[in-house]
Design a binder for this molecule. Structure first.
Ligand SMILES: NC(=O)c1ccc[n+]([C@@H]2O[C@H](COP(=O)([O-])OP(=O)(O)OC[C@H]3O[C@@H](n4cnc5c(N)ncnc54)[C@H](O)[C@@H]3O)[C@@H](O)[C@H]2O)c1
Length: 265
């Protein structure tokens, strides 16, 4: 029968399962969980953070579980450092066709107290960083005719008091994601965003410390607002990332998935 091709005939189904992934901000927290999950799914993983040394624990966890990983040091906002780290990844593990833009920082303050440095630092790591890393990595995806890009947004993209810089950056990640989906879809590349709610990591510990609340009280207060009745974990986000990176997710692109224990806009 001619006409609609069988789903089995799609390039996604024909592609080998094991690929090379690059995860930024993977020394700890959500990035570390995503790197470990992608490794468990059979991929070799470039574990990138500001210094290669910082990535040691994540790489050790992956290799101890039988996976392959390399530690890469680069500030994602530094184009030359990104290119150098990518060259190392290509040399050591091969060309990446999975990219997770996860590196992030917070510099929270109410608008009237927010400095230009607070604004520039946050926009630079999240947006300039995702732009630079994606621009570098997409060449390998286009060459392969296959790719998966996952960008970390946040429920803060919908607006959050004290986070004008971060909310703008995380809303920007959604616009970036949709544009990547439009531009790169024809090359077999999907781009999707995950918008986590409250996840227990060093980042939320930092927020609790800044406002002077013990972390367990901070988690308990956040949990009261979460319909499923618990705080999120890095593994909750890794599970969503694993779905977007899977071969069978090839028809899902330009989407924003809120992983927040309840509905968001
Ligand atoms: N924790 C949450 O509740 C939450 C909620 C929504 C979104 N997010 C997003 O998820 C991502 C991971 O957050 P997390 O909670 O694991 O934070 P985290 O602070 O524990 O980890 C962030 C990692 O990014 C790295 N990083 C920061 N700047 C970098 C740079 N310039 N170059 C390379 N690496 C850099 C840090 O060194 C760190 O290892 C971030 O993008 C964050 O905005 C987190």
């Amino acid at each position: 029968m001619t006409g609609t091709p069988s789903p089995d005939a799609t390039p996604e189904a024909a592609a080998p399962a094991a690929r090379v992934a690059l995860v930024t901000g993977a020394a700890r927290g959500i990035g570390a969980a995503i790197a470990q999950r992608l490794a468990a799914d059979g991929h070799a993983v470039g574990v990138l953070d500001i210094t290669a040394d910082a990535c040691g624990d994540t790489v050790a966890a992956i290799t101890a579980a039988g996976g392959r990983a390399v530690a890469l040091g680069a500030d994602v906002a530094d184009a030359a450092a990104v290119e150098a780290a990518l060259s190392r990844l290509v040399d050591e593990l091969g060309a990446p066709t999975i990219l997770v833009n996860n590196a992030g920082i917070i510099r929270d303050n109410l608008l009237f107290k927010m400095t230009e440095d607070d604004w520039d630092a946050v926009l630079s790591v999240h947006l300039r960083g995702a732009f630079l890393v994606t621009r570098a990595v997409q060449a390998h995806m286009v060459a392969a005719g296959w790719g998966r890009i996952v960008n970390l947004s946040s429920t803060s993209a919908l607006g959050n008091r004290g986070q004008a810089n971060y909310a703008a950056a995380k809303a920007g990640m959604q616009g970036l994601t949709k544009t990547l989906a439009l531009e790169l879809g024809r090359y077999g590349v999907t781009a999707n965003a995950i918008a986590p709610g409250f996840i227990q990591t060093d980042m939320t510990r930092q927020t609790a410390a800044r406002i002077g609340v013990p972390f367990d009280e901070f988690v308990a207060a956040a949990t009261r607002e979460i319909p499923v009745g618990r705080a999120g974990t890095p593994d909750d986000i890794a599970a969503a990332a694993a779905f977007f990176c899977a071969p069978e997710a090839g028809f899902v692109s330009g989407q924003v998935l809120y992983v927040a224990g309840g509905p968001r806009a």
